[in-house]
Design a protein around this ligand. Structure first.
Ligand code: MTE
Ligand code: MO
Length: 408
């Protein structure tokens, strides 16, 4: 049974699709069209919708369904399941999954192919719980300038959760990996609407799959995983972008060769050899590599950019910092366009793969528009770039700016 087309397509949404189409046509037909690389992608208005099992979230695309978490929920250390962002590539998926008949298959280059029920996972393997941040590689794509194609996320294509499940290493050990295995492929129950679209399958190198941190999760924030986030099982790859976190996971296949699939070889690639997945529209990188580890980044959460505050009155600024697992050493803030930086106060670490909250109390001394900047530094000494661009809009981690209007 396929998932219903959610009935939230309103006239307003249709209109905005129409407007963006007309915009594209106008540019395409104008006598002196701007070069494609400078094309200003239509940035949709943030429209709130309610999908099954979710509170109001920002609709990015409807089919497949892509929902963004409103920024206010980033004031909570753990993102509630019913506002956790939703990102699907394929439009066909089961509407419900029967937990009593569901089986996870582990097969391929193994000694003992397995078909495990959820009850098997819970009774035959040790449970582990780990806080970890899931962040879409395309998070903050809206900030790319020039704009790039793809889901136009702001900062809300991420969320921090406590994940409970079993170690992938234990599952693979139970199946008995044969000598010479190279990669492990993961497939969910969602399917392409047309046969030409390749199924969404991602792979991990065997070494990564066996690191003892990668997990097959059956619980999210101590509850079942919402259907829209991949009930009943989600692969959790701590420290790596969420593109690997396959939801509705039902097949794990061990390969003795490298896996040739589209979603590994063609999609989710970033430039090679240039830092931070960087290139310029004029000089595109010739070689690319799959996206993996989460790039270091910090964001502002409060106050909202564009807010008005008062001169001489202290204001509490807070935000989040994260990276791929070495840990945040410090987060620095600048009130003078990056000339000088001061350290912010960090909350205690929730876990090495979780985000880390920072705070700063600021008392503005002059009036007018003021710009604050924030940057994180990892325990490995990595920090954020001033400027960053790549053609697909991945791994955004430029130093972020907050504008505040200070009145007398
Ligand atoms: N089965 C399946 N798993 C998937 C995807 C998908 O399209 N199908 N999208 C991936 C991507 S790109 C992201 S960012 C995360 C999003 O997880 P969420 O929907 O729980 O937020 O799921 C990943 N796992
Ligand atoms: Mo993603």
């Amino acid at each position: 049974m396929k998932m219903n087309h959610f009935r939230m397509m309103t006239t307003c949404r249709r209109l905005s699709t129409l407007v963006s189409l007309i915009t594209i046509l106008l540019f395409a037909c104008s006598p002196n069209p701007r070069p494609e690389k400078e094309f200003d992608f239509f940035k949709p208005e943030d429209k709130l919708v309610t999908a099954p099992g979710k509170r109001e979230m920002i609709l990015r695309t409807e089919r497949p369904l892509n929902l963004e978490t409103p920024q206010k929920y980033f004031l909570e250390d753990f993102t509630p399941n019913d506002v956790f962002f939703v990102r699907w590539h394929l439009s066909e998926m089961p509407q419900r999954v029967n937990p009593d008949t569901f089986k996870l298959r582990i097969y391929g280059h193994v000694q003992r192919p397995l078909a495990l029920s959820i009850a098997d996972l819970k009774s035959r393997f040790n449970a582990v719980t780990l806080p970890a941040l899931a962040v879409c590689a395309g998070n903050a794509r809206q900030q790319f300038n020039p704009g790039v194609a793809g889901v136009q996320w702001k900062n809300g294509a991420m969320g921090n959760a406590n994940w409970t499940g079993v170690r992938l290493r234990d599952l693979l050990a139970a199946a008995g990996i044969k000598d010479g295995a190279l990669e492990v492929a993961f497939n969910g129950m969602d399917e392409p609407p047309l046969s030409q679209t390749p199924d969404f399958i991602k792979t991990l190198p065997l070494e990564k799959a066996m690191d003892g941190e990668v997990m097959v999760a059956y619980a999210m924030n101590h509850d079942t995983i919402p259907i829209l986030n991949g009930y009943p099982l989600k692969l959790v790859v701590p420290g790596w972008y969420a593109t690997y976190w396959i939801g509705m996971l039902h097949e794990i296949k061990v390969y003795k060769d490298t896996f040739p699939g589209f979603w590994m070889k063609k999609a989710y690639q970033v430039p090679i050899g240039i830092s931070n997945g960087n290139e310029t529209p004029d000089i595109l990188a010739k070689k690319t590599t799959p996206i993996r580890r989460i790039a270091i980044r910090s964001i502002f959460v409060q106050p909202e950019s564009g807010s008005s505050i008062q001169k001489g009155r202290a204001v509490e600024i807070q935000g989040l910092a994260f990276e791929g697992g070495s840990g945040i050493a410090k987060v620095e803030l600048s009130t003078d366009s990056g000339k000088t930086w001061t350290t912010t106060r960090l909350d205690t670490e929730l876990g090495k793969f979780a985000w880390r909250r920072w705070h700063y109390t600021w008392t503005p001394t002059s009036t007018g528009m003021q710009y604050l900047m924030v940057k994180a530094i990892s325990n490995q000494g990595e920090t954020q770039p001033w400027k960053q661009w790549n053609r697909s809009g991945y791994m955004k981690n430029e130093i972020e700016q907050l504008s505040l209007f200070v009145s007398e």
